[in-house]
Design a protein around this ligand. Structure first.
Ligand code: 3PG
Ligand code: CO
Length: 556
């Protein structure tokens, strides 16, 4: 029968303290002026690289290596941390939704049947990120769902769109709105009353995460549910174009909320009793707060003013532990038996820490999309509050040092065998597109790594330093030959998104047994190979269905 007990590793000891560091958004790319990691002073990460190939190597962090549909899909933190923590590659939300739409099974599921009950008398509202980034949602999936829902009885449809500019180029929102408007016009030709009802930039409206700032969700609620926003337009394309040019700092990520109104000034699509609502993002972290507002009876995070009686379904179920939302169109990947759960069953004590904006990455995503600890006597999770209401180019050091101090103290306390952190700087600042600030961010992350490594030195421990996907190592959109692409005005196009680059992994520290080195027979290794590697370093053999370990122990 099944047992949580892991076999002893034949050569590696137990009880070492492992500092496990995930640098968010830290890929490996050719050095040039747009590679902020290269430009920044990063002596610690540079020193690791010199230990290649035995103690430093690259691993895959995008595409199929992390369960995404194609090799053109950049990595992201959700799938990256899932792979790191679970040690296996799961078909992820993007892929599962593709399959459900392609087979039509999505329309036979319980979730669709549930919202369908409202189609006769109510409106179907679709809320989510409008882009082809493929990180939280995809436009082609929205297009298919619009078509499919209308063919399955939806007569009145309202789209509440969030502009991106973070997983795709800033300014691309205009084209996505055009595409969507085109589709909605086709539906109207078929007699379906379909239109955009509201919008706003993802970082300012709706898509907050880990309860960093409920105001963001409230702004969305006001526009989507109540039909109230500071800006009113009769046409979404005009709304996006005007707000982008007229509002200071209003790029796609930070567009202020707007509602679409009819000729008499009345909002065309507030959510009312009897309506159906689908949040179309497949990724959880930035939808779960809205899901709570839509689903929970008792909800105190902000005044909802009016709570419509609706049938609500998520594209996926966003939190398997909370069973939230209770209705969903596509079943999420069933990520079971993650490394964290094995470790608590085998006596390994874990400390995990990041600041709010990445806290769930090293806990929730790491543990296969589960909230909370497996065993609170064996684990301690510490969240350092992120700065609220700023873009991180203003504070590029973020809480790197505070996170490192917590990790250092946890290491020195002797209470933990694994001290795991996420250092957000490269990613969160990289997403702002501010190159100068991203260079500062990379330096800060390197300094935080140093602090943690120093503590590992003191206790005779082991370090494992890796990353979840690329971002800061390339800040410019490139052509097929790798040359920076210019826009119409001759300026370079800033890349705010993640990349397809591999990421480094380094091992070391005084506790690393002599003879441990990276194998050379796993050339295609990726993030999912890290879990078995870390389990080995804790002194155990990894479960047999985990992706293979990256290390071997040679006789010395
Ligand atoms: C975000 O949600 O901030 C971006 O879409 C993806 O970034 P992450 O995958 O690094 O969180
Ligand atoms: Co990111």
């Amino acid at each position: 029968g099944f047992s949580w007990k892991l076999d002893d590793h034949p050569k590696l000891p137990k009880g070492k303290t492992i500092g496990l560091i995930v640098l968010d958004g830290w890929g490996e790319a050719d050095p040039d002026q747009y590679n902020c990691i290269h430009v920044a002073e990063t002596p610690i990460m540079d020193s690791f690289k010199k230990t290649a190939p035995e103690k430093w190597r690259l691993i895959r962090a995008h595409g199929k290596a992390v369960g995404l549909p194609t090799e053109d899909d950049m990595g992201n933190s959700e799938v990256g941390h899932n792979a790191l923590g679970a040690g296996r590659i799961y078909a992820q939300g993007a892929k599962l939704v593709d399959l459900a739409l392609a087979s039509g099974k999505i329309y036979d599921g319980e979730g669709f049947k549930y919202i369908q009950q409202c189609f006769d008398k109510g409106t179907l509202h679709l809320i989510g990120l409008l882009s082809d980034g493929g990180v939280h949602s995809r436009l082609d999936q929205l297009q298919l769902l619009l078509k499919g829902a209308s063919e399955h009885g939806a007569k009145r449809i309202r789209v509440h769109m969030l502009t991106d500019g973070r997983d795709v180029l800033d300014g691309s929102s205009v084209g996505f709105v055009e595409t969507l408007e085109n589709d909605l016009a086709k539906l109207r030709e078929k007699g379906i009353d379909a239109q955009i009802a509201s919008g706003g930039g993802r970082m300012y409206v709706t898509m907050d995460r880990y309860e960093n700032d409920w105001e963001v969700v409230k702004r969305g609620w006001d526009a989507q549910v109540l039909g109230e926003a500071p800006h009113k337009f009769q046409n979404a394309l005009e709304a996006v174009k005007k707000l982008r040019t007229e509002q200071p700092k209003a790029n796609d990520q930070y567009l202020p909320p707007f509602v679409i109104v009819d000729g008499s000034g009345k909002a065309v699509g507030p959510i009312v009793d009897g309506d159906a609502v689908v949040t179309i993002n497949f990724r959880a972290d930035r939808m779960v707060m809205l899901a709570k507002a839509l689903e929970y009876q008792d909800f105190v995070k902000f005044d909802r003013v009016r709570v419509p009686k609706i049938h609500y379904a998520g594209m996926l179920q966003y939190d398997g532990e909370l069973k939230l939302p209770s209705h969903y169109l596509v079943s999420p990947p069933e990520i079971e038996r993650t490394s964290g759960e094995y470790l608590v069953h085998n006596g390994v004590r874990t400390f995990a820490c990041s600041e709010t904006v990445k806290f769930g990455h090293v806990t929730f995503f790491w543990n296969g999309n589960r909230s909370g600890c497996f065993n609170s006597e064996m684990e301690e999770y510490v969240e350092i509050p992120s700065d609220v209401g700023i873009t991180f180019n203003v504070q590029p050091k973020m809480k790197a040092i505070e996170i490192a101090e917590k990790a250092r103290d946890a290491i020195l306390s002797g209470k933990f065998h694994q001290v795991r952190v996420n250092l957000p700087n490269g990613d969160m600042v990289g997403h702002t597109g501010d190159i100068e600030a991203t260079i500062v961010a990379c330096k800060a992350a390197d300094e935080a790594v140093k602090m943690i490594i120093d503590a590992i030195e003191q206790v005779g421990g082991i370090f494992v330093v890796t990353a979840d996907h690329g971002n800061a190592e390339d800040m410019v959109k490139r052509d097929k030959k790798g040359k920076p692409q210019l826009d119409k005005t001759g300026n370079i196009q800033i890349l705010t998104s993640h990349t397809l680059q591999p990421v480094p992994i380094a091992i070391g520290g005084p506790g690393l047994a002599p003879g441990v080195r990276f194998r050379n027979d796993v050339p295609t290794g990726g993030l999912a190979n890290v879990a078995a590697t870390v389990i080995n370093l804790h002194g155990f053999v990894a479960p047999s269905d985990y992706e293979t370990t990256l290390i071997e122990v040679v006789d010395h």
